[in-house]
Design a protein around this ligand. Structure first.
Ligand code: CA
Ligand code: ZN
Length: 299
């Protein structure tokens, strides 16, 4: 079994990172991951000031996938996400949407019992396991991109649809793609408004594959029911435009729809959803049901 242990971590995605494992396309790989704090928070009274910010958002990897060349697409199917039985959530001054209302920071360490988050004595809710940071190396000309920032290569997308059973498509910008991931969440709502999910260590089992001869406008996700495009931008309106245009292009190129039909379909039956609004760039996804167009089976 191919395993990358969580001591093999990077803090920026870059063509300059040396691969820690090389596999053939079609391989299954396990990525062991630290939580987004690098395991530095172990009790609720830990001071944020004491954190080593250079050790935030570690991503395990990178993985070199044989045959992945510039211009290809890397397909990453999330087979399984295993998480620790405790997670950390934080909020506070200058963090997230409500940072201006706080004059100090707050940390909760929450237990996960029988697939539920125990938030308090009287509040519990089901987990929604997801991968927060996942990406390939950006092109050499782009230098390095911090694992805390989402962009076209992936990165800190904080999209709750990147979960078990989903397939994520990412661009290949350098030979081997150099896939890395981390920042697992046991739970996170759309928006992640307080700046943190329920941050957990764990491990992710993925199958990686290479798609030749197709162009990706933005990262995409396919799951049992939906096709999704994801875009990140400092400005939420711009992110909506980019994700929507990416979906229109997909429907035109892969489903044979006209621009007008694709636009009308998204307007009537697609959803523009927020992934997160708290990272250096905000992330939007556009979701369309995976039952339209030329691939539809006769019913
Ligand atoms: Ca994150
Ligand atoms: Zn996180």
């Amino acid at each position: 079994m191919n395993i990358i242990t969580n001591d093999k971590s990077i803090y920026a995605m870059s063509a300059a990172n040396a691969p820690v494992l090389t596999v053939l396309a079609g391989s299954r790989v396990i990525f062991e991951t630290k939580d987004c704090f690098g395991g530095q928070i172990t009790c609720e009274t830990d001071a944020f000031d004491g954190l080593d910010w250079g050790r935030i958002n570690p991503a395990t990897g990178p993985l070199y996938v044989e045959g992945a060349e510039i211009g290809d697409i890397l397909s990453v199917t999330i087979e399984k996400i295993e998480i620790a039985d405790k997670g950390v959530v934080a909020c506070g001054q200058d963090m997230g949407t409500l940072g201006h209302l706080f004059d100090q920071n707050h940390i909760k360490i929450l237990s996960i019992v029988e697939d539920k988050v125990i938030f308090s004595d009287d509040i519990s809710f089901p987990i929604n396991k997801m991968v927060g940071v996942i990406g390939t190396a950006p092109a050499v000309s782009e230098g390095e991109i911090s694992c805390g920032t989402p962009c076209l290569h992936g990165g800190n997308l904080d999209c709750k649809k990147i979960t078990e059973g989903a397939t994520l498509l990412l661009p290949v910008n350098v030979s081997g793609a150099l896939l890395a991931m981390g920042d697992l969440h046991a739970a996170m709502g759309d928006g992640e408004i307080g700046v943190s999910g329920l941050e957990v260590a764990g491990r992710v089992t993925v199958t990686v594959d290479v798609i030749k001869g197709k162009k990706l406008q933005t990262p995409m996700i396919f799951d049992d029911t939906h096709i999704m495009t994801i875009a990140s931008h400092e400005d939420l309106d711009m992110a909506v435009d980019i994700a929507t245009e990416s979906m229109v292009k997909y429907l035109m190129e892969e489903k044979g729809m006209t621009l007008a039909d694709a636009t009308m379909l998204i307007s009537l039956a697609g959803n523009v959803c927020i992934c997160q609004v708290v990272d250096p760039k905000k992330t939007i996804r556009v979701e369309v049901k995976n039952c339209y167009g030329k691939n539809k089976k006769a019913t």
